[in-house]
Design a protein around this ligand. Structure first.
Ligand SMILES: Nc1ncnc2c1ncn2[C@@H]1O[C@H](COP(=O)(O)OP(=O)(O)OP(=O)(O)O)[C@@H](O)[C@H]1O
Ligand SMILES: [Mg+2]
Length: 343
């Protein structure tokens, strides 16, 4: 039944972007000056998880590269590369193909990119709210030719601790806001994936619609649900996905997506997650105290509150409840009556 499993991979860039024409146009408009060999406008994409931000950014750059041959392009995931040097190293590798020694200083990295970049180039800064040293936005501003697309969940998280020199630059950037998908858009996204990835007649519209409904506007969740349902049906030797598998498949997919997200957490987020695995339902002060014990190089309460806790919430790993003026944190999807799994 599964003809091409890669179309269900998270980093698969689909040939058609469903229901995001306005967003695509706004991003391609921002990039348009590059066609005239001029630096583009920076832009920001904001929105919840699984609404196509990364996909739209990459698809807009793909479109640009179809128009203008060989525009230098870099993709940085700031969740993994969160220091100034890590970002610049990634950009230097992708954009100008220069591998500098690991010991290269910030100045050397900037000089190298500046010297080798000949004309405009584009950088996607994904999960830019996870940057620990956002001065790098200022560095990028100073490098002639570079424009960037920054992706984050909420504008407030991003602007919380930006340097004034940086904010004065980014206040001119385009902002594109994404909302969650409706059921029709998700069903259409699923239907295209099914056509590409599964055998003919492997799934009917009604089943896709049910997966879409259970995925609550999150395309990543929906695609994972379809993949798990196809796998379950294959194991039973079926050539089509029966409706009875949908609920279990979506629940399993939710666990799989969550597990994958947990594996990407940085040490602070992981320590928080582990503290809550030990003792669920802590208020912020208690959570911070235990985190501070558990982490060898703890960040401030403010950084925890403005950066790491919102990230865990955004990826649906924790739930927050207000309890007499305090925020109380719970793990999502963990059965607290059973022994807690170690992750
Ligand atoms: N409009 C779309 N058309 C086709 N596929 C889409 C569309 N939007 C999202 N997808 C698919 O859904 C999945 C999640 O999308 P994407 O990674 O772009 O979400 P995101 O908004 O960046 O989420 P996060 O904030 O969690 O990183 C990807 O596999 C992507 O291919
Ligand atoms: Mg993304």
């Amino acid at each position: 039944m599964i003809r091409d499993g890669t179309v269900f991979d998270d980093d698969h860039l689909p040939s058609t972007i469903v229901g995001r024409n306005r967003h695509m146009n706004e991003v391609t408009d921002a990039l348009a000056p590059i066609q005239e060999d001029v630096r583009a406008e920076n832009c920001f994409l904001f929105g919840p998880s699984g609404v196509g931000k990364t996909t739209v950014a990459k698809a807009a750059v793909r479109e640009l590269r179809q128009e203008v041959l060989e525009v230098p392009y870099a993709y940085v995931n700031c969740w993994q590369d969160y220091t100034r040097n890590a970002v610049l190293e990634q950009i230097s590798r992708d954009l100008v193909g220069a591998a500098l020694p690991r010991s290269a200083s910030t100045g050397q990295l900037i000089d190298r990119i500046t010297a080798d970049l000949d004309g405009p180039g584009v950088v996607i800064l994904d999960e830019v709210d996870q940057l620990r040293e956002n001065k790098v936005l200022y560095d990028l501003h100073e490098i002639r030719g570079i424009s960037w697309i920054g992706i984050a969940n909420r504008e407030v998280d991003l602007l919380a601790d930006l340097d004034e020199r940086v904010t004065s630059r980014i206040s001119v950037a385009y902002r594109v806001n994404f909302d969650t998908y409706g059921e029709d858009a998700i069903t259409e996204i699923l239907s295209r994936r099914a056509r590409e990835g599964l055998g003919p007649n492997a799934v009917d519209e009604d089943v896709l619609r049910r997966i879409a409904r259970l995925s609550e506007g999150d395309a990543r969740q929906a695609i994972a649900g379809l993949r798990v349902a196809a796998r379950m049906a294959s194991r039973e030797g079926l050539s089509a996905i029966p409706g009875r598998l949908v609920e279990d498949a979506v629940a399993d997919a939710e666990r799989e997506v969550r597990q994958k997200t947990i594996s990407k957490l940085n040490t602070h987020q992981r320590a928080l997650y582990e503290v809550l695995t030990e003792e669920d339902g802590l208020i912020q002060k208690e959570l911070y105290a235990q985190y501070e014990e558990a982490h060898e190089d703890p960040v401030t309460l403010r950084s925890l509150r403005e950066n790491h806790l919102p990230k865990l919430e955004h990826y649906n790993l924790i739930d927050v409840e207000w309890d007499r003026g305090s925020k109380r944190y719970h793990l999502v999807g963990v059965d607290h009556t059973a022994p807690t799994p170690q992750s």
